[in-house]
Design a binder for this molecule. Structure first.
Ligand SMILES: Cc1ncc(COP(=O)(O)O)c(C=O)c1O
Length: 325
């Protein structure tokens, strides 16, 4: 199959050692893969996924990208930015997915960035169905002579997952020591699925731990397993044995987008120790998991971990009332 890839990322993201966090936890060596850096519109993990998804949209002559999201969606902000970068149109079908939304939440962070980029938002009610709403928007575009392309949920289909096989291949090149664990936050699952497919294809021993911020473990496990298998099949991998898919759903707290006390502490810790900003919805919860794994000895002192910083830092501004001391 010919690969259609839109160029959204101009360079590899860096892999950095976190000496102060490693020392503070007194255990494993912790590295961070900076997928929050690079690319336009604020960066983040969706850019890797969109390279092939938008590449497919362009190859099929589509001119308008449609995505489902919420007012603080990283996925939507990155899509709008990618559309600007490539000269395409985009529409965000938006609904309130995170409770207790205040003025700041609706006008700062990703909402502000989308507004600056002139994003077109179609707002639907909380109980309305995203898929139906996106189809209606697509029909309206077609009626006006446009060619719509619906982005899969969270960019998590085969094309999106291949973006994280790219990430794993970069890690393989960059890492100077054996990687025992990779930690990543997971929502729709494509990031972890791609990383696992990369590990299996490259016959590596690394365990990829997905810290779920959305789905319960069983649901996430099924999604990730299916997508990782589909990706390995597409890659014609000789090794097809996924082994156990590790998902931890203990850090979700009360729900998606709702901060926990521990995740707020984690944001402050990483900022103070390393000058790294995590996001309240995804990376802070995943890093809280990593910290507990090291502190509790689940990960041994002589092991190495890579944390994928999947982005989302604009969310800090939307949650500033939970963070400012
Ligand atoms: C910052 C950040 N981290 C992680 C994720 C989850 O990635 P995935 O949907 O591939 O599981 C997202 C998805 O929106 C995200 O914005």
């Amino acid at each position: 199959m010919k690969e259609n890839k839109a160029k959204l990322l101009l360079s590899k993201s860096s892999l950095e050692f976190l000496p102060r966090l490693s020392e503070y936890l007194g255990g494993a060596k912790i590295f961070i893969k900076r997928d929050d850096e690079g690319g336009r519109s604020g960066g983040g993990n969706k850019l890797r996924k969109y390279e092939r998804i938008i590449g497919d949209a362009i190859a099929t002559n589509c001119d308008t990208l449609i995505i489902a999201g919420h007012f603080q969606s990283n996925a939507a902000r990155e899509l709008v930015g990618s559309a600007c970068q490539l000269g395409l149109k985009s529409i965000v079908v938006c609904k309130e997915l995170i409770p207790n939304q205040n003025e700041i939440f609706l006008k700062n962070g990703n909402a502000l960035l989308m507004n600056l980029m002139g994003a077109e938002l179609v707002t639907i009610n909380k109980n309305d169905d995203f898929t139906k709403a996106m189809q209606i928007v697509a029909e309206q575009i077609t009626e006006k002579g446009g060619k719509p392309y619906i982005i899969p949920f969270g960019g998590s289909n085969l094309l999106g997952s291949l973006g994280y096989v790219d990430c794993l291949n970069e890690i393989k090149e960059q890492a100077e020591i054996e990687t025992d664990y990779i930690f990543t936050p997971i929502g729709s699952g494509g990031t972890q699925a791609g990383l696992i497919a990369g590990v299996v294809k490259n016959n590596m021993k690394t365990t990829v731990i997905g810290v779920s911020v959305l789905h319960k473990k069983e649901v996430a496990q099924k999604i990730v397993e299916e997508l990782a298998n589909e990706t390995l099949k597409f890659l014609s991998s000789e090794n097809t044995s996924l082994g156990k898919v590790f998902i931890d759903d203990n850090y979700i707290g009360e729900g998606y987008g709702i901060t926990t006390e521990e995740s707020i502490e984690t944001i402050k810790l990483l900022a103070k120790l390393e000058g790294i900003f995590l996001c309240p919805v995804y990376t802070a919860k995943a890093m809280t998991g990593l910290i507990e794994y090291v502190k509790s000895g689940k990960i041994k002192k002589d092991e190495n971990i890579i944390f994928i910083h999947t982005g989302g830092s604009p969310l800090i501004y939307a949650y500033y009332d939970k963070l400012f001391e």
